[in-house]
Ligand binder design. Structure first.
Ligand code: AMP
Length: 567
């Protein structure tokens, strides 16, 4: 297939916002695609060349885009950057400059999906000294052979910002429409979705649907070494609600760490996050623990990794653990610096048998039988089975005092539903009080937010000064009937701009907003020393002056209150 054909589809998708039209367009191209390249086309449609769970990645940061476009088109890098500031999209920049290309190469190569895909995949295997330059060269060559519109999408794919990337729901519906059109639509869509929860790779799913129909899709199951979408929890109003909801509840610590899904096949171990990332390399000590302490040959267990202080052994906040998740080199040093503990809470697969339909109580029992605990390293999550609210409240307080987030409440009679936030698990966490903060900076937006600010720096009061305490972009809307818009905020803030550096501006503290958030973390990156986690704008507070903005002291107090003392 010619790459230009795919590009034609990208253009069509970019122009239409009608969901049904998008599904139809994608379904049509899938139908026309030869089976051999179906996986490539479905990946490229999502703006990727590796499935999300692969350890491999292209490895080119978006800040390198200007350089690549400069090399491929012959324009100076500063011209490329200038054009980017105007357009806010490297795709459009590449398109325009390829059109005007100085080194008028003839479009010698005829780009096919295979050529583009394979070259982009090849980027991941370029390693070692001078690898960045070799990567630039490879992409530039590809771009130099491309027509302007092709260059637009190649650069977007390389920097991981395709923009019209076909979302999960559209691909699901398009696959059902393309290959399972004889079936009832609803049944076909839900079969494809179920398959995707268990095998999150639309390339493979499309191929199975094409070759084996709905029977093949329904037979998709878990595979060791490939991640699946996990069961998610719902927020609960409180412990009382949780007790009322379940006839037989079980309470567990809600640990403040990261979900880990451990696959074991003989002595082979894989570790995945709930976002399907492969983190096996980052946690060699966990691989060892799993090998040693999980008894069955083949199984999949789930738990929460938490970081611990290397001296005191006390639990550390999630952000410390996240340093280990992100780390790609010097792993052995990190193993010593940030020790971990794993608390296991579920098992979904054992020696060929999948436990999705088995109740929680059964799964916990099998988990207990399958794991030889090593206290403080590899153990089962703390549990309490009772309906006595006094005991439950005590357990909740214990969890908070142990620096954990709160409690998970699970229905002992409920099965495991992959990929869904169904009410089988409820989470109970302390509610954080909203803060009134002032906007002290902003970043110019890109893409459809070009010309407006896209994110905002929040400040809290410290004497007469205002110190950074978090970046916010959530809660602000595109359309005015939905609430505070980017446009409105930009208009309000523009007269107060003090300084501009690149795409960042500093702003005189004037505009006060009410902000909700999940949690307060310590942060060396912000002046206040704190960062709000998942902040979102609730409303503007024109009734509040900047003297009423909440102080760093208040944030420090809330930080301490949110759990027991941590260290
Ligand atoms: P949330 O991230 O707030 O939606 O809460 C769900 C997450 O809590 C899960 O994905 C796990 O990472 C985490 N978690 C911590 N402790 C437990 C537990 N005992 N059972 C299940 N999930 C837990």
């Amino acid at each position: 297939m010619d790459y230009s054909k795919l590009v034609g589809l990208y253009e069509e998708l970019e122009k239409t916002s009608a969901r049904l039209k998008k599904i139809e367009a994608v379904a049509n191209i899938l139908k026309e695609t030869k089976t051999e390249i179906l996986p490539k086309v479905t990946l490229l449609l999502q703006g990727r060349v590796f499935p999300s769970w692969s350890e491999k990645e292209i490895g080119i940061a978006s800040k390198m885009a200007a350089k690549i476009i400069a090399i491929s088109t012959g324009f100076p890098e500063k011209d490329v950057s200038r054009l980017f500031r105007k357009k806010g999209d490297f795709g459009l920049v590449a398109e325009e400059l390829t059109e005007k290309r100085k080194q008028r190469t003839l479009f010698k190569k005829h780009l096919t999906v295979d050529i583009v895909f394979e070259n982009l995949q090849r980027l991941a295997s370029i390693e070692g000294k001078g690898s960045q330059d070799r990567k630039f060269k490879l992409v530039s060559e590809l771009m130099a052979a491309a027509k302007p519109k092709e260059a637009k999408y190649i650069i977007r794919t390389v920097i991981g910002d395709l923009r019209i990337g076909v979302a999960h729901g559209i691909l699901r519906d398009a696959i059902a429409r393309a290959f399972l059109s004889k079936e009832d639509t609803k049944a076909a869509v839900s079969a494809v979705e179920w398959a995707w929860f268990l095998m999150p790779d639309y390339g493979e799913i499309a191929t199975i649907a094409k070759n084996k129909g709905i029977k093949g899709i329904r037979a998709v199951s878990l595979e060791l070494g490939k991640p699946y979408h996990v069961l998610l929890a719902e927020r609960s109003k409180g412990l009382e609600e949780a007790i009322e909801k379940f006839e037989r509840p079980v309470f567990e610590y809600k640990y403040d760490g990261a979900r880990v899904i451990i696959h074991k096949k003989g002595s082979e171990i894989w570790l995945f996050t709930r976002r399907l990332e492969n983190i096996t390399k980052q946690f060699p000590e966990l691989v060892e623990l799993a090998r040693k302490h999980i008894e069955p040959d083949d199984c999949i267990v789930e738990g929460e990794i938490i970081a611990k202080n290397k001296k005191s052994g006390k639990p550390m906040p999630f952000q410390i653990l996240s340093q280990r998740i992100k780390r790609k080199y010097n792993i052995e040093k990190m193993v010593k610096e940030i020790p971990i503990e794993v608390n296991l809470f579920d098992i979904v697969y054992l020696n060929g048998e999948v436990f999705f339909d088995k109740p929680m109580e059964f799964r916990r029992k099998i988990l207990e039988e399958s794991v030889k605990e090593s206290k403080g390293k590899f153990q089962l999550a703390k549990q309490l089975r009772t309906k006595d609210i006094k005991k439950i409240k005590k357990f909740y307080q214990e969890a908070l005092d142990a620096s954990q987030e709160g409690l998970m409440v699970k229905n002992l009679d409920a099965k495991y539903q992959p990929g869904r936030r169904v009410g089988y698990w409820l989470k109970v966490k302390p509610v954080m009080e909203n803060l009134d903060l002032v906007i002290i900076g902003a970043t110019w937006g890109t893409g459809k937010r070009t010309g407006w600010f896209g994110s905002f720096m929040l400040g809290c009061r410290s004497g007469d000064d205002f110190l950074e305490c978090g970046m916010i972009g959530t809660g602000i809307k595109e359309k005015s009937k939905e609430g505070v818009t980017f446009k409105k905020l930009t208009k309000l803030l523009k007269p107060h701009i003090e300084n501009q550096k690149g795409n960042q501006v500093s702003i005189k503290p004037k505009i006060v907003v009410e902000v909700a958030y999940e949690e307060i973390q310590k942060s060396p990156n912000y002046g206040s020393g704190f960062a709000l986690r998942f902040p979102r704008v609730i409303c503007m507070r024109p009734d509040k002056g900047i003297d009423e903005v909440d102080s760093t002291k208040k944030i420090a107090r809330l930080y301490k209150q949110q759990r027991g003392t941590r260290f």
